[in-house]
Ligand binder design. Structure first.
Ligand code: EPU
Length: 293
């Protein structure tokens, strides 16, 4: 009997993951799990834990490198209506973990709410963005979170106010809990100005970063305190450096772009090489920002 007895409809064995990632690289998941609602997710997580299986949650794969060997465990993909819901009631906005962040940002503007436009141009799901405290120089998602709905490692669903969550730069301490959804508190305001800001940020990103269509995972390294990884990589002369089919973007040195013949190993080797070069040149130890499975 397999560990997923009774869950056969929602568990696929040896499922390719590449098409689930922006990089379109890497191997399969030993198991890809597609729970249809929170109850199914809870039951599945319990079963996964009872069987000592390693697991991860997959969002839109925008900040993810899957190794060529794939992931030897269970990948939980929260998609479908139960996880993608978005509700806007006055200034209160709630969204499921699987909701698309750029779509949510636009929906808040359409509802006359301002603030979230600073998250323009950040791809991914609400769950992924919350977990990574997604953001950039214009703002971070933590600024808008009022409450999170979490599935704890003990398979309990709890609501936690933002004040009880540890948010840091591109990091949230959720102690092994899965984000099910988030409630945001926004304000009505000058929507036309917010829309202009939204467009300006998109334009600024378009001008300085590889196009959204390029195969990348956004920034590879975190900015070290008081400095910019992109600047350090650029000054070390790394733009255009290639390993196999992967190249350090000639536009923004903190992006690695995958060509047609790239493997995940090419990207990972290039990350290693860039890290070593920056360490040799500056003594600074860059830390990856991207998730690596
Ligand atoms: N720079 C260079 N050369 C480069 C790239 C950048 O000299 O090739 C310099 C820039 O001129 C600037 C500084 O480095 O003085 C910082 O660059 P930028 O303004 O592009 O911002 P960033 O710190 O590299 C951060 C986020 C981005 C986010 C932008 C805009 C990190 C690691 N990166 O980039 O996030 O899009 O701000 O909000 O925090 C991501 O998370 O995947 C990501 C791309």
């Amino acid at each position: 009997m397999s560990w997923f007895n009774g869950f056969e409809k929602i568990v696929r064995a040896d499922a390719p993951l590449r098409e689930f990632t922006w990089y379109r690289l890497g191997g399969p998941a030993r198991w890809l799990c597609l729970p249809r609602d929170e109850n199914e997710l809870t039951a599945l997580l319990q079963r996964i834990r009872e069987n000592g299986i390693d697991w991860r949650v997959l969002g839109k794969g925008a900040n993810l490198i899957v190794r060529d060997e794939g992931f030897d465990g269970a990948v939980l993909h929260l998609r479908g209506p139960a996880f993608e819901r978005v509700e806007i009631d006055g200034p209160l906005v709630t969204a499921g973990a699987g909701a698309d962040l750029p779509t949510l940002v636009r929906a808040t503007l359409d509802a006359g709410l301002v603030g979230m436009e600073v998250l323009a141009g950040i791809p991914g799901t609400v769950g992924g963005a919350v977990r990574m405290n997604a953001g950039g120089r214009y703002g971070e998602i933590r600024e808008f979170i009022r409450e999170l709905s979490l599935l704890t490692p003990d398979a309990e669903i709890v609501d936690k106010p933002a004040s009880e969550i540890d948010f840091a730069y591109r990091h949230t301490n959720l102690a092994g809990a899965i984000v099910l959804g988030a409630a945001f508190a926004l304000e009505p305001g000058d929507v036309e100005a917010a829309r202009r800001r939204h467009q300006e940020i998109w334009r600024a990103k378009y001008a300085t970063q590889p196009p959204m269509a390029a195969r990348s995972s956004g920034c590879i390294f975190k900015n070290p305190p008081g400095d910019a990884a992109g600047r350090l990589l650029d000054e070390t002369g790394l733009k255009g450096t290639r390993v196999g089919g992967a190249e350090i973007s000639t536009r923004h040195a903190n992006f690695i772009v995958a060509g047609d013949d790239a493997t995940a190993a090419d990207v990972l080797n290039l990350i290693q090489l860039a890290k070593e070069r920056v360490r040799e040149a500056t003594g600074i130890e860059l830390q990856p920002e991207v998730e690596i499975w």
